[in-house]
Design a protein around this ligand. Structure first.
Ligand code: GLU
Length: 448
């Protein structure tokens, strides 16, 4: 292995990205960025029945939205000749052998083994076939599928997250690398690509740990040194099941983008969830990468709680200065200046909520008045303009002296009348934005 860090995100374009599978992209990206290495996007599209251009394009759109730009790109469907060359080498060295069993025959074998309480491992009957027998099978119309002959050994590796792992290859069936119709399954292309693109670290979900034993053996059979591995625990949904692209549409990036979540809130949460590090909002991927350490991930399952995402999203919005959101405020027709942004941002969970407060300032607001006498009194005591930060304090002090009301009994009727709502940004900040004219009208019960 060279010292250069090259990592890859290798999705199959058979669906869109969601919070579970996008972690592979994010972790690989951050790992490369921190090490000054390269991040590759590789489309594992050898499954021609399920892969589509639309999904491939969708995945790139989702990654771009998160800011996870790649340095290297490849798609497996462009590299079939390379896989064929590797397969020829494995055939020549006796690592890849033809098998002729039909799916039904294999199924019968498996059932027999299970009935005899034996592990359902492929019995390698095809290895015993002579040239004559193979020719006869082919003459009868059978086409071979090709299996990789596993070494009967413990294939061990030191995982950067899981620690020392040994896969007992004797408990595995020789994997099929090429189907009867000549198409490759994902395994060989993946190993060939990892070798050809000099992938230094494979960072992926713990569901691939067993495959790793097989992939290490194939890499060695091709004369390569396998990469380092890091298998992180999978993310489970709120119900404790692993997130799936089919069933958890609400956690797809398309849905989250539609809901108005900030891409950096998603990145900030996912990069730390499952580690010993605190989840804190970060405004840039560079900052997130600086604090990213793959060895901080633990082995326990990780649960996604939507409330955590709301929390990070809100915290991130609270960090944004007016200059950073001016364009977005303008597009949302909510640009009421920096005093407005500073007043309302502590109350935002999603950016789009800003429209609620723009309307509270500009109107129309339907005031809620429970005690007309008090509201009229309050209207009459509004100080003359110009108004500033001190206006609210002066006005409510005077009202308190006049009416004897204090605390909630003083403030809540004013909030309900001025904003029509029982919660919201500090009135000290909102009042000067609402202005005397609208404030007086609302206290008198007018919708303005
Ligand atoms: N296409 C595989 C997947 O999406 C890639 C796994 C890997 O990273 O090797 O599961």
């Amino acid at each position: 292995m060279s010292d250069r860090v090259v990592v890859r995100f290798a999705p199959s374009p058979t669906g869109r990205l969601h919070l579970g599978n996008v972690r592979a992209a994010l972790f690989n990206y951050l790992f490369a960025r921190k090490a000054g290495g390269k991040f590759m996007l590789r489309l594992d599209d050898t499954d021609t029945e399920r892969s589509t251009e639309e999904f491939a394009h969708g995945i790139e759109t989702d990654l771009a939205w998160l800011g996870l730009h790649h340095d290297i790109f490849a798609r497996q469907s462009d590299r079939i000749a390379d896989y064929e060359a590797a397969a020829e080498r494995l055939k020549a060295s006796g690592h890849l052998y033809p098998c002729y069993e039909t799916a039904e025959e294999l199924d019968r074998k498996r059932k027999r083994q299970l009935a005899q309480k034996k592990p359902p491992v492929y019995d390698r009957a095809a290895l015993a076939l002579g040239g004559e027998e193979r020719r006869a099978l082919e003459a009868s119309g059978r086409r071979p599928h090709w299996r990789f002959r596993l070494e009967a050994e413990q294939t061990a590796f030191d995982d950067l997250i899981q620690g020392h792992i040994a896969i007992d290859a004797r408990s595995l069936s020789d994997p099929v690398l090429i189907r009867e119709d000549g198409r490759f399954l994902y395994t060989l292309p993946s190993v060939v690509d990892d070798i050809d693109f000099a992938i230094s670290h494979v960072i992926r979900g713990a569901d691939h740990i067993t495959n790793t034993g097989v992939q290490i053996q194939i890499a060695r059979a091709l004369g390569a040194v396998p990469p380092a591995y890091a298998h992180y625990s999978l993310l489970q949904g709120p119900d404790g099941r692993p997130l799936s692209k089919r069933e958890d549409a609400a956690f797809s990036l398309v849905a989250l983008r539609g809901e108005g979540y900030e891409p950096m809130a998603i990145n900030s949460l996912l990069a730390r969830l499952g580690t010993s590090d605190a989840v804190e909002p970060r405004l840039t991927l560079g900052e997130l990468a600086a604090g990213f350490d793959i060895s901080h991930f633990g082995r326990a399952d990780i649960r996604f709680d939507p409330a955590d995402l709301d929390k990070v999203n809100a915290a991130l919005l609270h960090m944004l200065p007016y200059e950073a959101v001016m364009g977005r405020l303008a597009s949302a027709k909510c640009d009421l200046g920096s005093a407005f942004w500073d007043a309302v941002k502590p109350n935002l969970v999603r950016f789009a909520d800003v429209a609620i407060w723009a309307r509270v300032v500009e109107g129309p607001v339907e005031p809620v008045i429970e005690d007309g006498e008090f509201a009229t009194e309050a209207a009459a005591m509004l100080p003359p303009e110009p108004w500033g930060m001190e206006t609210w304090g002066l006005w409510t002090e005077a009202l308190k002296g006049r009416t004897g009301r204090k605390g909630k009994a003083l403030f809540m009727p004013l909030r309900l009348a001025l904003t029509g709502l029982d919660h919201g940004p500090e009135l000290k900040n909102l009042l000067p934005l609402i202005g005397r004219n609208r404030a007086e009208a609302r206290l008198r019960g007018l919708t303005l």
